[in-house]
Design a protein around this ligand. Structure first.
Ligand code: MG
Length: 253
């Protein structure tokens, strides 16, 4: 009996430790490999093959209402949000892949849901357009039955607020802009903060404050050994990186 109790306690302790482990989010996919490029379908697939916790991507709406995966504001010589999809699609990515749509990204995400899709909705020129983009992204994620496999991030507070307002119960939304305290984010119904490494190093107290409030802590974009190690030592929940292999190496130490 005593042995069983000890075993149970060990299991609980190891689960608690495991829960604390920092996870890797591939920034714009795992693009620094195999002739891939940022925000491409291959970058998402590489992140899945690598076993990343998450693969981040950037969503913009074209002038004719298609949701595309591209950082923007420019794609080649075109402003993404002011250009129609056919024109943008005709401009291939640097490695010859086509510019992916959100829908194509979701089809790929569905193939391996162990890697979550972290959808960043970019700022758009009016609040009403941002609301429409939020609603259309949510609709498409639902259609592909990926509601529990997607998390959302945005710089614009309005976008985060609309995600909370229109999203399903339990939706995960983290604010990127670095200007709000954890307590304030919690009050708005967000589930995490996702701040630049510079902001986080200025406010290291926000890490524990967030976690005490039940918010997740994600830090971007952390690529060098020293700052990756700082994030690991601070026990942040997620590191968003262009260098997933280095994060993996340091986590394994
Ligand atoms: Mg992004």
């Amino acid at each position: 009996m005593k042995k069983l109790l000890t075993l149970a306690l060990c299991l609980c302790a190891s689960t608690a430790l495991f829960a604390q482990t920092t996870q890797i989010i591939a920034h714009r996919g795992f693009h620094a490999t195999k002739n891939s490029v940022r925000n491409s379908l291959s970058a998402l697939q590489n992140a899945q093959d690598f076993g990343a916790f998450g693969s981040e991507c950037d969503i913009n709406e074209t002038s004719d209402g298609v949701l595309v995966v591209v950082h923007g504001p420019m794609h080649v010589k075109y402003n993404v949000q002011q250009t129609d999809f056919a024109t943008l699609r005709a401009q291939v990515l640097e490695n010859g892949e086509v510019l992916p749509t959100l829908e194509e990204y979701l089809v790929q995400a569905k193939k391996n849901t162990r890697t979550k899709l972290i959808i960043e909705i970019k700022d758009h020129n009016t609040p009403s357009r941002e609301t429409r983009v939020v609603q259309n992204v949510l609709k498409m994620v639902k259609k592909h039955k990926l509601v529990n496999d997607v998390e959302y991030i945005a710089f614009r507070q309005h976008v985060c607020d609309e995600l909370v307002k229109y999203g399903p119960k339990g939706i995960k939304v983290a604010y990127l802009n670095g200007t709000l305290t954890p307590e304030y984010c919690k009050g708005l119904g967000y589930t995490g903060i996702d701040y630049n490494i510079g902001v986080m190093q200025q406010h290291p107290e926000w890490i524990k404050q967030s976690q005490a409030l039940g918010l997740t802590v994600n830090v971007w974009t952390v690529n060098d050994t020293e700052r990756i190690q700082w994030c690991i030592d601070q026990k942040v929940d997620y590191i968003t990186t262009d260098n997933p292999e280095e994060v993996k190496r340091l986590l394994a130490k």
